[in-house]
Design a protein around this ligand. Sequence first.
Ligand code: HEM
Length: 131
Amino acid sequence: AREEHLRSILDAVPDAMVVIDERGLIISFSAAAEKMFGYREAELLGENVSRLMPSPDRERHDGYLRRYYETGQPKIIGIGRVTTARRRDGTTFPIDLHIGEARLGEDRVFTGFIHDLSERQETERQLHRLQ
Ligand code: HEM
């Protein structure tokens, strides 16, 4: 029942929500995330979150997690970052990324909220053209 409640909340959130474990493996992928990235949740469960980003972050993301465990210094958690994500078809798009950290029993999990900025970027481009 708790699981279903959480699921119904996730499905209602307009931004994509991705939950990963300490190793960076996906444990939850919301309905909005499915639409944004073009993957079904079932395809990504247990896959590395780095699948959702282009190079060079793709190859480096495990190292980012390691750096955080070693230093305890967050660079995105609680701060946010405008960066680039990658869809299933390989195309990339600008995002606003927010990450939260939580404890799930013994385990530490990270929750990422992803807001697609492509529309905003296109509007800015058009405004620029008009000036
Ligand atoms: C760290 C990129 C998605 C969890 C980082 C860093 C980068 C990055 C560049 C290191 C920042 C630095 O050291 O300056 C990306 C990109 C994503 C993405 C391009 C696009 C999809 C996610 C998601 C989650 C996540 C969805 C969690 C669900 C983390 C964590 C850290 C991190 C826990 C280390 C803590 C921190 O530096 O605050 N990521 N990330 N990332 N990322 Fe990601």
